[in-house]
Write a protein that binds this ligand. Sequence first.
Ligand code: F3S
Length: 64
Amino acid sequence: MKIRVVKEKCAGHARCWAQSPEIYDLDDEGYILDGDIDVPEGQERAAWLGAKSCPERALVIEDY
Ligand code: F3S
């Protein structure tokens, strides 16, 4: 499973991180770090919940 980060859509809501801090990292200003995320096995549900929590739809679930 992979999460594609659409960095330009991120508005800094930080809900992804609040939901699943083990998957999503934010920068010092509270925006998602750029770059796709390879989700470790067993953490798919956490990744999915975090992606769905983003109101800007900046986190796109792929290969799932
Ligand atoms: Fe950004 Fe969405 Fe997370 S706006 S900080 S990717 S909840």
